[in-house]
Design a protein around this ligand. Structure first.
Ligand code: DC
Length: 225
């Protein structure tokens, strides 16, 4: 079973994707972490984001792996554990920039399909183009969204928990900038994939969204049986 979760940042994709993967015993793939790993390779190599060929070459040459399970996902870049390092604002912005590069996207989509297809019981993938490009025939597609202020508030609380000191206004501006780039890029922009279940999480708590998602999955399963 393939479950696709798309949506803008801060809509709850990662938390809910992990919860679903655990509940249903499926592999969990955070595809944003892969773009972040690629972005870190570019930053470390000192390549300019304007240099499209250089960016594509650096990312294609890099070995990017996700290991572990939904509780404890480890991101490896050329064998080095970069799980914590890719969670900075700098890497988030860099990931959004390298993700506009078509050669980079082709590479990532190829890796994601390989990993998803290899997963014996199936896979939960979350990102921006899962239901539209990576697995357009996914068994269930979700599009999670929320008001920008609600998404920024969650991100702000999360960052505070990790000891970071951006203000709420900075977090909101960062989220808006990234969303704008993600929805307006030419290649695979963030969009609501055909056939997806759209859930606005602004006013819902996590458990409510989780129950809604599980209900949709059960309904699809029984319709397919
Ligand atoms: O979900 P995230 O914040 O970790 O993603 C980082 C960036 O990667 C995001 O700004 C857009 C890009 N991305 C993408 O283009 N396609 C995906 N499937 C996942 C992420």
């Amino acid at each position: 079973m393939i479950i696709a979760i798309d949506g803008p940042s801060g809509a709850g994709k990662s938390t809910l994707g992990k919860m679903l993967a655990r509940e249903l015993d499926l592999l969990y793939l955070d595809t944003g972490a892969m773009y972040r790993a690629g972005a870190l390779a570019v930053l470390r190599a000192g390549i300019s984001f304007e240099d499209e060929t250089g960016v594509a070459e650096a990312i294609t040459a890099a070995s990017i792996h996700l290991t572990g399970n939904s509780e404890n996902l480890t991101v490896l870049l050329d064998g080095e554990d970069i799980t914590a390092e890719i969670r900075t604002l700098e890497v988030a912005q860099a990931a959004s920039r390298v993700s506009t590069n078509s050669a980079v996207r082709r590479r990532m989509v190829e890796l994601q399909r390989e990993m998803g297809e290899r997963a014996e019981r199936g896979c939960v993938l979350e990102g921006r183009d899962i239901g539209s490009v990576v697995f357009p025939n996914a068994d269930v597609k979700f599009f999670l969204t929320a008001e920008p202020a609600a998404r920024a508030r969650r991100r702000f609380e999360e960052d505070k928990g990790k000891g970071r000191t951006s203000t709420f206004e900075q977090t909101l501006a960062e989220i808006n900038e990234r969303d704008e780039r993600d929805v307006s890029r030419d290649d695979s922009p963030l969009q609501i994939p055909e056939g997806s279940e759209v859930i606005d999480t602004s006013e819902l708590d996590l458990d409510e969204v989780f129950e809604q998602m599980l209900a949709v999955i059960r309904e699809r399963k029984s319709a397919a049986a």
